[in-house]
Write a new protein. Sequence first.
Length: 386
Amino acid sequence: MATHSANLSERFQQAWGSQPRLFQAPGRVNLIGEHTDYNDGFVLPAAIQLQTRIAAGPAPGRQLFVKSATYPDDAVFDLDDTNPLPRKHWSDYVRGVALFLEREGLTLKGARLLIESDIPPGAGLSSSAALEVATAWALLSDSGLHMELSKIAQVCHRAENEFVGVRSGIMDQFASCYGRRDHALLLDCRSLEMRYVPVPHNAAMMVCNTMVRHELGSSEYNSRRRQCEQGMAVLSRFLPDIRALRDVSAAQLARFSAELDPLIHRRCRHVIEENRRVLTGAQALEHCDLVSFGALMMESHQSLRLDYEVSSPELDLMCELALGVEGVYGARMVGGGFGGCALALADQSAIETFVPTVMEEYRRRTGIACEIYQCSAADGAGPIGG
Protein backbone atom coordinates (compact mmCIF):
# COMPACT_ATOMS: atom_id res chain seq x y z
CA MET A 1 0.00 0.00 0.00
CA ALA A 2 2.76 2.44 0.95
CA THR A 3 4.56 1.78 -2.35
CA HIS A 4 1.37 2.31 -4.36
CA SER A 5 0.67 5.58 -2.56
CA ALA A 6 4.22 6.89 -2.98
CA ASN A 7 4.26 6.09 -6.69
CA LEU A 8 0.87 7.73 -7.23
CA SER A 9 1.94 10.83 -5.35
CA GLU A 10 5.16 11.06 -7.38
CA ARG A 11 3.27 10.77 -10.68
CA PHE A 12 0.88 13.51 -9.61
CA GLN A 13 3.80 15.79 -8.76
CA GLN A 14 5.41 15.05 -12.12
CA ALA A 15 2.18 15.89 -13.94
CA TRP A 16 1.13 18.99 -12.01
CA GLY A 17 4.04 20.03 -9.80
CA SER A 18 2.25 19.99 -6.46
CA GLN A 19 1.80 17.63 -3.51
CA PRO A 20 -1.56 15.80 -3.60
CA ARG A 21 -3.79 14.29 -0.98
CA LEU A 22 -4.58 10.60 -1.44
CA PHE A 23 -7.87 8.73 -1.18
CA GLN A 24 -8.94 5.12 -1.69
CA ALA A 25 -12.12 3.11 -2.13
CA PRO A 26 -12.19 -0.68 -2.23
CA GLY A 27 -13.84 -3.07 -4.62
CA ARG A 28 -16.12 -5.70 -3.21
CA VAL A 29 -17.02 -9.33 -3.57
CA ASN A 30 -20.60 -10.35 -2.92
CA LEU A 31 -20.65 -13.50 -0.83
CA ILE A 32 -24.30 -14.14 -1.67
CA GLY A 33 -27.27 -12.12 -2.91
CA GLU A 34 -27.03 -11.50 -6.65
CA HIS A 35 -29.56 -9.31 -8.51
CA THR A 36 -31.50 -8.73 -5.30
CA ASP A 37 -30.31 -5.19 -4.58
CA TYR A 38 -32.37 -3.47 -7.26
CA ASN A 39 -35.39 -5.45 -6.06
CA ASP A 40 -35.22 -3.88 -2.57
CA GLY A 41 -33.74 -7.13 -1.29
CA PHE A 42 -30.87 -8.33 0.88
CA VAL A 43 -27.18 -8.70 0.03
CA LEU A 44 -24.06 -9.89 1.84
CA PRO A 45 -20.99 -8.21 0.30
CA ALA A 46 -17.52 -7.67 1.73
CA ALA A 47 -15.14 -4.90 0.72
CA ILE A 48 -11.81 -6.36 -0.44
CA GLN A 49 -8.20 -5.22 -0.38
CA LEU A 50 -8.18 -4.36 -4.12
CA GLN A 51 -8.66 -0.61 -4.45
CA THR A 52 -9.07 2.44 -6.60
CA ARG A 53 -6.74 5.21 -5.42
CA ILE A 54 -6.93 8.89 -6.32
CA ALA A 55 -4.34 11.61 -5.88
CA ALA A 56 -6.12 14.96 -5.73
CA GLY A 57 -5.12 18.59 -5.64
CA PRO A 58 -6.72 21.96 -6.30
CA ALA A 59 -7.08 23.53 -9.74
CA PRO A 60 -7.92 27.13 -10.56
CA GLY A 61 -11.48 28.03 -11.43
CA ARG A 62 -14.18 25.40 -11.68
CA GLN A 63 -12.59 22.79 -13.89
CA LEU A 64 -11.83 19.14 -13.22
CA PHE A 65 -8.67 17.74 -14.82
CA VAL A 66 -8.73 13.94 -14.77
CA LYS A 67 -5.96 11.51 -15.64
CA SER A 68 -5.91 7.72 -15.23
CA ALA A 69 -3.02 5.30 -14.93
CA THR A 70 -5.45 2.54 -15.89
CA TYR A 71 -7.42 3.96 -18.82
CA PRO A 72 -6.33 5.99 -21.86
CA ASP A 73 -7.41 9.53 -22.62
CA ASP A 74 -7.38 12.39 -20.14
CA ALA A 75 -10.56 14.38 -19.55
CA VAL A 76 -11.40 17.96 -18.63
CA PHE A 77 -14.80 19.04 -17.31
CA ASP A 78 -16.25 22.45 -16.59
CA LEU A 79 -18.32 22.33 -13.40
CA ASP A 80 -20.31 25.32 -14.67
CA ASP A 81 -21.53 23.37 -17.71
CA THR A 82 -25.32 23.60 -17.44
CA ASN A 83 -26.04 20.59 -19.66
CA PRO A 84 -23.37 17.91 -19.15
CA LEU A 85 -23.89 14.78 -21.21
CA PRO A 86 -22.27 11.36 -20.85
CA ARG A 87 -19.56 10.55 -23.39
CA LYS A 88 -19.69 6.74 -23.09
CA HIS A 89 -16.19 7.02 -21.65
CA TRP A 90 -14.68 5.84 -18.35
CA SER A 91 -14.57 9.44 -17.15
CA ASP A 92 -18.39 9.55 -17.11
CA TYR A 93 -18.22 7.99 -13.65
CA VAL A 94 -16.14 10.93 -12.40
CA ARG A 95 -18.28 13.53 -14.17
CA GLY A 96 -21.48 11.93 -12.89
CA VAL A 97 -20.34 12.00 -9.28
CA ALA A 98 -19.36 15.68 -9.53
CA LEU A 99 -22.73 16.49 -11.11
CA PHE A 100 -24.77 14.75 -8.45
CA LEU A 101 -22.71 16.16 -5.59
CA GLU A 102 -23.59 19.61 -6.87
CA ARG A 103 -27.24 18.62 -7.22
CA GLU A 104 -27.16 18.08 -3.46
CA GLY A 105 -26.61 21.82 -3.14
CA LEU A 106 -22.84 21.67 -2.76
CA THR A 107 -20.42 23.90 -4.64
CA LEU A 108 -17.27 22.08 -5.67
CA LYS A 109 -13.94 23.71 -6.37
CA GLY A 110 -11.78 22.92 -9.36
CA ALA A 111 -9.57 19.88 -8.90
CA ARG A 112 -6.88 17.75 -10.50
CA LEU A 113 -7.34 13.99 -10.12
CA LEU A 114 -4.91 11.19 -10.95
CA ILE A 115 -6.54 7.76 -10.72
CA GLU A 116 -5.12 4.26 -10.49
CA SER A 117 -6.73 0.93 -9.63
CA ASP A 118 -5.78 -2.69 -9.12
CA ILE A 119 -9.42 -3.83 -9.36
CA PRO A 120 -9.77 -5.70 -12.66
CA PRO A 121 -12.48 -3.95 -14.72
CA GLY A 122 -15.46 -5.98 -15.88
CA ALA A 123 -14.75 -8.76 -13.39
CA GLY A 124 -17.76 -8.27 -11.13
CA LEU A 125 -15.68 -6.77 -8.31
CA SER A 126 -17.27 -3.34 -8.54
CA SER A 127 -14.48 -1.30 -10.06
CA SER A 128 -17.05 1.34 -11.11
CA ALA A 129 -18.40 1.88 -7.59
CA ALA A 130 -14.86 2.11 -6.21
CA LEU A 131 -14.07 4.81 -8.77
CA GLU A 132 -17.25 6.69 -7.88
CA VAL A 133 -16.72 6.54 -4.13
CA ALA A 134 -13.03 7.46 -4.31
CA THR A 135 -13.97 10.39 -6.58
CA ALA A 136 -16.58 11.61 -4.12
CA TRP A 137 -14.09 11.50 -1.24
CA ALA A 138 -11.48 13.36 -3.30
CA LEU A 139 -13.83 16.08 -4.57
CA LEU A 140 -15.47 16.68 -1.20
CA SER A 141 -12.15 16.90 0.62
CA ASP A 142 -10.60 19.13 -2.03
CA SER A 143 -13.54 21.52 -1.60
CA GLY A 144 -13.49 21.40 2.22
CA LEU A 145 -16.91 19.72 2.31
CA HIS A 146 -18.29 16.83 4.35
CA MET A 147 -21.00 14.29 3.59
CA GLU A 148 -22.22 11.29 5.60
CA LEU A 149 -21.13 7.90 4.25
CA SER A 150 -24.70 6.81 3.55
CA LYS A 151 -25.28 9.94 1.48
CA ILE A 152 -22.01 9.44 -0.43
CA ALA A 153 -23.17 5.94 -1.35
CA GLN A 154 -26.56 7.22 -2.52
CA VAL A 155 -25.07 10.07 -4.58
CA CYS A 156 -22.64 7.69 -6.29
CA HIS A 157 -25.47 5.25 -6.96
CA ARG A 158 -27.53 7.98 -8.61
CA ALA A 159 -24.56 9.00 -10.75
CA GLU A 160 -24.20 5.45 -12.07
CA ASN A 161 -27.93 5.02 -12.65
CA GLU A 162 -28.89 8.41 -14.01
CA PHE A 163 -25.72 9.72 -15.68
CA VAL A 164 -23.75 6.67 -16.74
CA GLY A 165 -26.96 4.76 -17.47
CA VAL A 166 -26.27 1.46 -15.66
CA ARG A 167 -29.33 0.58 -13.58
CA SER A 168 -27.44 -1.11 -10.77
CA GLY A 169 -28.56 -1.38 -7.17
CA ILE A 170 -26.91 0.37 -4.25
CA MET A 171 -24.99 -2.61 -2.85
CA ASP A 172 -21.67 -1.81 -4.52
CA GLN A 173 -21.42 1.78 -3.32
CA PHE A 174 -22.53 0.83 0.21
CA ALA A 175 -19.95 -1.95 0.45
CA SER A 176 -17.20 0.38 -0.75
CA CYS A 177 -18.18 3.02 1.81
CA TYR A 178 -18.90 0.80 4.81
CA GLY A 179 -16.50 -2.13 4.49
CA ARG A 180 -14.98 -3.45 7.70
CA ARG A 181 -11.93 -5.65 8.05
CA ASP A 182 -12.76 -9.35 8.65
CA HIS A 183 -16.49 -8.71 8.18
CA ALA A 184 -19.16 -8.93 5.53
CA LEU A 185 -22.04 -6.47 5.47
CA LEU A 186 -25.65 -7.66 5.63
CA LEU A 187 -27.53 -4.84 3.92
CA ASP A 188 -31.25 -4.29 3.51
CA CYS A 189 -31.31 -2.44 0.20
CA ARG A 190 -34.70 -0.86 0.95
CA SER A 191 -34.19 0.60 4.41
CA LEU A 192 -30.36 0.72 4.13
CA GLU A 193 -30.21 -0.85 7.57
CA MET A 194 -27.14 -3.01 7.96
CA ARG A 195 -25.19 -5.15 10.33
CA TYR A 196 -21.69 -6.57 10.20
CA VAL A 197 -21.28 -10.34 9.95
CA PRO A 198 -17.88 -11.80 10.92
CA VAL A 199 -16.14 -13.85 8.24
CA PRO A 200 -14.64 -16.91 9.98
CA HIS A 201 -10.84 -16.71 10.16
CA ASN A 202 -10.40 -20.14 8.57
CA ALA A 203 -12.36 -19.07 5.45
CA ALA A 204 -10.48 -17.93 2.36
CA MET A 205 -12.29 -15.94 -0.33
CA MET A 206 -10.78 -17.07 -3.63
CA VAL A 207 -11.90 -14.82 -6.49
CA CYS A 208 -11.37 -16.55 -9.83
CA ASN A 209 -11.34 -14.29 -12.89
CA THR A 210 -12.45 -16.13 -16.04
CA MET A 211 -10.81 -13.32 -18.10
CA VAL A 212 -13.93 -13.41 -20.26
CA ARG A 213 -16.45 -10.62 -20.52
CA HIS A 214 -19.33 -11.05 -22.96
CA GLU A 215 -20.45 -7.82 -24.60
CA LEU A 216 -24.15 -8.40 -23.98
CA GLY A 217 -23.61 -8.02 -20.22
CA SER A 218 -24.73 -4.39 -19.76
CA SER A 219 -27.81 -4.63 -21.97
CA GLU A 220 -28.87 -7.93 -20.43
CA TYR A 221 -28.39 -6.53 -16.92
CA ASN A 222 -30.88 -3.77 -17.66
CA SER A 223 -33.14 -6.33 -19.33
CA ARG A 224 -33.25 -8.45 -16.17
CA ARG A 225 -34.27 -5.42 -14.18
CA ARG A 226 -37.12 -4.71 -16.60
CA GLN A 227 -38.25 -8.34 -16.36
CA CYS A 228 -38.44 -8.07 -12.58
CA GLU A 229 -40.53 -4.92 -12.99
CA GLN A 230 -42.82 -6.80 -15.38
CA GLY A 231 -43.27 -9.52 -12.79
CA MET A 232 -44.07 -6.92 -10.14
CA ALA A 233 -46.67 -5.31 -12.40
CA VAL A 234 -48.54 -8.63 -12.66
CA LEU A 235 -48.16 -9.72 -9.05
CA SER A 236 -49.23 -6.35 -7.65
CA ARG A 237 -52.64 -6.85 -9.26
CA PHE A 238 -53.18 -9.73 -6.83
CA LEU A 239 -50.97 -8.51 -3.98
CA PRO A 240 -51.65 -4.76 -3.80
CA ASP A 241 -49.50 -4.19 -0.71
CA ILE A 242 -46.22 -5.30 -2.26
CA ARG A 243 -43.64 -2.68 -3.25
CA ALA A 244 -40.93 -4.93 -4.67
CA LEU A 245 -40.14 -8.61 -5.17
CA ARG A 246 -38.62 -8.75 -1.68
CA ASP A 247 -42.21 -8.51 -0.37
CA VAL A 248 -43.35 -11.64 -2.22
CA SER A 249 -43.07 -15.05 -0.55
CA ALA A 250 -42.29 -18.28 -2.38
CA ALA A 251 -45.81 -19.47 -1.56
CA GLN A 252 -47.37 -16.35 -3.07
CA LEU A 253 -45.29 -16.70 -6.22
CA ALA A 254 -46.39 -20.32 -6.58
CA ARG A 255 -50.02 -19.31 -6.04
CA PHE A 256 -49.95 -16.81 -8.91
CA SER A 257 -47.43 -18.51 -11.17
CA ALA A 258 -50.04 -19.22 -13.84
CA GLU A 259 -50.52 -15.45 -14.25
CA LEU A 260 -46.87 -14.94 -15.17
CA ASP A 261 -45.04 -15.61 -18.39
CA PRO A 262 -42.77 -18.64 -17.66
CA LEU A 263 -39.60 -16.60 -18.24
CA ILE A 264 -40.78 -13.81 -15.92
CA HIS A 265 -41.74 -16.44 -13.34
CA ARG A 266 -38.20 -17.82 -13.35
CA ARG A 267 -36.70 -14.35 -12.93
CA CYS A 268 -38.96 -13.64 -9.95
CA ARG A 269 -38.27 -17.06 -8.42
CA HIS A 270 -34.53 -16.40 -8.44
CA VAL A 271 -34.90 -13.07 -6.62
CA ILE A 272 -37.32 -14.41 -3.99
CA GLU A 273 -35.23 -17.50 -3.25
CA GLU A 274 -31.97 -15.52 -3.31
CA ASN A 275 -33.27 -13.22 -0.58
CA ARG A 276 -33.95 -16.28 1.55
CA ARG A 277 -30.44 -17.56 0.87
CA VAL A 278 -28.89 -14.27 1.99
CA LEU A 279 -30.67 -14.23 5.34
CA THR A 280 -29.98 -17.91 5.94
CA GLY A 281 -26.38 -17.49 4.84
CA ALA A 282 -25.75 -14.61 7.25
CA GLN A 283 -26.91 -16.82 10.11
CA ALA A 284 -24.64 -19.64 8.91
CA LEU A 285 -21.60 -17.34 8.89
CA GLU A 286 -22.42 -16.04 12.35
CA HIS A 287 -22.37 -19.65 13.55
CA CYS A 288 -19.14 -20.38 11.59
CA ASP A 289 -21.09 -22.98 9.60
CA LEU A 290 -19.13 -22.85 6.35
CA VAL A 291 -20.57 -26.14 5.09
CA SER A 292 -24.11 -24.74 5.13
CA PHE A 293 -22.95 -21.45 3.64
CA GLY A 294 -21.17 -23.30 0.84
CA ALA A 295 -24.33 -25.23 0.02
CA LEU A 296 -26.24 -21.94 -0.27
CA MET A 297 -23.56 -20.59 -2.63
CA MET A 298 -24.05 -23.58 -4.93
CA GLU A 299 -27.83 -23.15 -4.85
CA SER A 300 -27.32 -19.49 -5.76
CA HIS A 301 -25.15 -20.34 -8.75
CA GLN A 302 -27.62 -22.87 -10.11
CA SER A 303 -30.43 -20.33 -9.76
CA LEU A 304 -28.38 -17.68 -11.54
CA ARG A 305 -27.56 -20.18 -14.29
CA LEU A 306 -31.02 -21.65 -14.85
CA ASP A 307 -33.62 -19.16 -13.57
CA TYR A 308 -31.87 -15.82 -14.12
CA GLU A 309 -29.72 -16.99 -17.04
CA VAL A 310 -26.78 -14.69 -16.37
CA SER A 311 -23.99 -17.24 -16.07
CA SER A 312 -21.68 -18.32 -18.90
CA PRO A 313 -19.85 -21.52 -19.86
CA GLU A 314 -16.63 -20.09 -18.42
CA LEU A 315 -18.26 -19.25 -15.08
CA ASP A 316 -19.88 -22.67 -14.88
CA LEU A 317 -16.55 -24.33 -15.57
CA MET A 318 -14.75 -22.19 -13.00
CA CYS A 319 -17.25 -23.19 -10.32
CA GLU A 320 -16.96 -26.85 -11.32
CA LEU A 321 -13.18 -26.75 -11.06
CA ALA A 322 -13.24 -24.92 -7.74
CA LEU A 323 -15.64 -27.43 -6.22
CA GLY A 324 -13.33 -30.23 -7.29
CA VAL A 325 -10.61 -29.01 -4.91
CA GLU A 326 -10.64 -30.60 -1.47
CA GLY A 327 -11.44 -28.07 1.24
CA VAL A 328 -13.72 -25.87 -0.90
CA TYR A 329 -17.09 -25.29 0.75
CA GLY A 330 -18.91 -23.66 -2.15
CA ALA A 331 -18.56 -21.61 -5.34
CA ARG A 332 -20.75 -19.26 -7.33
CA MET A 333 -20.57 -16.59 -9.99
CA VAL A 334 -20.45 -13.02 -8.68
CA GLY A 335 -21.41 -9.72 -10.24
CA GLY A 336 -23.84 -9.02 -13.03
CA GLY A 337 -22.90 -12.15 -14.97
CA PHE A 338 -21.97 -13.09 -18.55
CA GLY A 339 -18.34 -13.51 -17.56
CA GLY A 340 -16.17 -11.94 -14.94
CA CYS A 341 -15.45 -13.74 -11.69
CA ALA A 342 -16.54 -16.67 -9.61
CA LEU A 343 -16.05 -16.80 -5.86
CA ALA A 344 -14.95 -19.93 -4.06
CA LEU A 345 -15.10 -20.14 -0.28
CA ALA A 346 -12.34 -22.46 0.88
CA ASP A 347 -10.64 -23.56 4.05
CA GLN A 348 -7.30 -21.87 4.54
CA SER A 349 -5.64 -25.28 4.25
CA ALA A 350 -6.84 -25.56 0.62
CA ILE A 351 -5.18 -22.41 -0.72
CA GLU A 352 -1.85 -23.91 -1.69
CA THR A 353 -3.55 -26.61 -3.79
CA PHE A 354 -6.41 -24.46 -5.05
CA VAL A 355 -4.52 -21.92 -7.13
CA PRO A 356 -2.35 -24.19 -9.31
CA THR A 357 -5.09 -26.83 -9.69
CA VAL A 358 -7.77 -24.43 -10.89
CA MET A 359 -5.45 -22.32 -13.05
CA GLU A 360 -3.91 -25.28 -14.85
CA GLU A 361 -7.18 -27.10 -15.49
CA TYR A 362 -8.96 -23.92 -16.63
CA ARG A 363 -6.16 -23.22 -19.10
CA ARG A 364 -6.28 -26.82 -20.33
CA ARG A 365 -10.05 -26.72 -20.86
CA THR A 366 -10.36 -23.21 -22.32
CA GLY A 367 -6.92 -22.14 -23.53
CA ILE A 368 -7.27 -19.05 -21.31
CA ALA A 369 -4.88 -18.03 -18.53
CA CYS A 370 -7.14 -17.05 -15.66
CA GLU A 371 -6.25 -14.97 -12.63
CA ILE A 372 -7.02 -15.88 -9.02
CA TYR A 373 -7.01 -13.37 -6.18
CA GLN A 374 -7.01 -14.44 -2.55
CA CYS A 375 -9.17 -11.70 -1.05
CA SER A 376 -9.74 -10.65 2.51
CA ALA A 377 -12.53 -8.52 3.91
CA ALA A 378 -11.19 -4.96 4.12
CA ASP A 379 -12.07 -1.53 5.49
CA GLY A 380 -14.09 0.93 3.44
CA ALA A 381 -13.21 4.14 1.65
CA GLY A 382 -11.35 7.11 3.07
CA PRO A 383 -8.16 9.18 2.98
CA ILE A 384 -4.78 7.44 2.76
CA GLY A 385 -2.33 8.52 5.42
CA GLY A 386 -4.73 10.58 7.51
